[in-house]
Design a binder for this molecule. Structure first.
Ligand code: AP5
Length: 212
C-alpha cells in the first residue's frame, strides 16, 4: 500500500502517520524528518538548513534524490506512507516516474484540511520528544515530565506564516493534479486525533482505529 499524506504545516500529518503506519505495518517516510536528521548530524547542506529554518521549500531535485534512495530500502517492500512529499507538481511527476520504474503506483492521496488560525495555534505549541520522536502539543496533548522536548526552529511565529503561505501557493497546483487522477481523499483534520484517524481509515476503506 502506497499512501501520500498531504496537508498544511500543523494539519497532523506526522501525528496521523505514526498511528496509521503502525496499523498498516508500513514505514513513514517524512522528508521533513529526514532533513532534520541530516541537520542534527551536521550533514545537511547549509543552504538547505537556512531555507528550512526560514520556512521555505528545499529544491525539488534534492528531495527527489532522497526519495529515490529511500523507497528501495528493505522496509518499503510492502509499501510506505509519504509524509510531506510530494509538495510540488514537479515532485509529484518525478514520484510517478520513480514508482512506474519499479512497477508501483500510489493507492491514495489523503489531504488533511484544517483552518489557518488553528494551524498557527497547533504549530506554535508543538513540541517533539528528542528521544522517541513522539509529537506533543503543550495544551491538547501535553508531554510527560521526563520527555526531552525540542521546539522546531521553523515553528517560530515568523517562520510559521511563511510556511503556511508556501503551502497555499504550492497546493494551488498539487491538489488538482491528484484530483484529476481520482486519487485525492479530502479529510476534515479537526477533532481529536483518534477521530481524524477513523476518518482517514474510512476513506481508505479500512476498519476503525484500534482502541477507538
Ligand atoms: P515537514 O516536517 O514536512 O513539516 P510540515 O509539512 O510543515 O508539517 P509539520 O511537520 O509542521 O506538521 P504536521 O502536519 O506533521 O503536523 P503534526 O502532526 O506535527 O517539513 C519541514 C520543512 O522541511 C519544510 O518547511 C521544508 O523546508 C522542508 N521540506 C520537507 N519536505 C519537503 C519537500 N518535499 N520539498 C521541499 N521542502 C521540503 O501536528 C502539529 C501539532 O498539532 C502537534 O503539536 C500535534 O500534537 C497537534 N495535533 C495534531 N493533530 C491534532 C488534532 N487532531 N487535534 C489537536 N492537535 C493536534
Amino acid at each position: 500500500m502506497i499512501i501520500v499524506l498531504v496537508g498544511p504545516p500543523g494539519s497532523g500529518k506526522g501525528t496521523q502517520a505514526q498511528v496509521l503506519c503502525k496499523k498498516y505495518g508500513i514505514p513513514q517516510i517524512s522528508t521533513g524528518d529526514m532533513l532534520r536528521a541530516a541537520k542534527a548530524s551536521g550533514t545537511l547542506d547549509p543552504q538547505y538548513r537556512a531555507i528550512m529554518d526560514a520556512g521555505g521549500l528545499v529544491p525539488d531535485a534534492a528531495m527527489i534524490g532522497l526519495i529515490d534512495k529511500r523507497i528501495d530500502a528493505d522496509d518499503c517492500k510492502n509499501g510506505f506512507m509519504l509524509d510531506g512529499f510530494p509538495r510540488t507538481v514537479p515532485q509529484a511527476e518525478a514520484l510517478e516516474q520513480l514508482l512506474a520504474a519499479r512497477s508501483l503506483r500510489i493507492d491514495a492521496v489523503v489531504q488533511l484540511d484544517v483552518s489557518r488560525s488553528l494551524l498557527e495555534e497547533r504549530l506554535i505549541h508543538r513540541r517533539t520528544d528528542k528521544k522517541s520522536g513522539q509529537i506533543y502539543h503543550l495544551v491538547y496533548s501535553p508531554p510527560p515530565p521526563d520527555a526531552e522536548l525540542e521546539h522546531r526552529a521553523d515553528d517560530r511565529p515568523e517562520a510559521v506564516g511563511k510556511r503556511l503561505d508556501a503551502y497555499e501557493a504550492m497546493t494551488a497546483a498539487l491538489l488538482p493534479y491528484y484530483e484529476d487522477k481520482a486519487l485525492l481523499r479530502r479529510i476534515d483534520g479537526v477533532g481529536a486525533p483518534a477521530e481524524v484517524t477513523s476518518r482517514v481509515l474510512g476513506a481508505l476503506g479500512g476498519s476503525q482505529a484500534e482502541g477507538s
